[in-house]
Design a protein around this ligand. Sequence first.
Ligand SMILES: *[C@@H]1O[C@H](CO)[C@@H](O)[C@H](O)[C@H]1NC(C)=O
Ligand SMILES: *[C@@H]1O[C@H](CO)[C@@H](O)[C@H](O)[C@H]1NC(C)=O
Length: 219
Amino acid sequence: MEARARCKMFSTFQLLLVESFILGVFTQLTGNISEHKIASFDNPIKSSATVITRLDHFVVQQDTGEVYVGAVNYLYKLDKDLKQVDNISTATCYEETCLNYNKVLVLHDGRLITCGSEFKVSAGIDQCQSRRPRDLVGDGNQRNQVVSYGTRSTASIVAPGKYNGNPSTQLYVATSYSPQADYERVPPITRRLLVTGGGFMFAGGEDTTELGPYNVPHL
Ligand SMILES: *[C@@H]1O[C@H](CO)[C@@H](O)[C@H](O)[C@H]1NC(C)=O
Ligand SMILES: *[C@@H]1O[C@H](CO)[C@@H](O)[C@H](O)[C@H]1NC(C)=O
């Protein structure tokens, strides 16, 4: 029985979140782990493809303690007690090999911004969505590609910027470059305005750093 339980642990993926670890971003972790809340649940990827990562990112809503988790093919919302209260599929197809890694997960100004590694223009599925934190539903808008495919690395930060000479918050995204076909459409560095409303994730002409293959390291 015990062996079976152990076997199940290794064969199924579990997201483990330690509350004090999350708060530890802002405060010092003290005490031992058995005194802290732990949440655990499966991320059911029915895939024959090799899954490199299963939990990609998490963010905490500081006012409410709610936690958003970006995983492969799913986004999860947990309440402050780390109980799963919502989830939404981000899979872009139904085939077994379909894997959509979460590449960007940002809470900003009452919106949850997500970008996945896959997109399907024909099916109207875009890489990046501005979602309602309440139910994780995306706005369905089409946006230019800003993140790399598959497991290639992507880094993002929200930082101050300027638009038309005025201060504005921007999302900066950097991706590893590849000369592969299709890939060249993904700029190595982009920035997007995070102004609530119609211009959300809008990019001005100067907001994409167009670097050719000769001045970008092949990572
Ligand atoms: C960790 O906490 C548990 C529960 O409070 C306690 O029984 C245990 O002795 C503690 N372990 C250490 C190393 O302090
Ligand atoms: C998503 O939420 C539904 C409804 O609460 C639940 O039945 C389902 O198991 C959840 N899916 C995952 C992948 O956790």
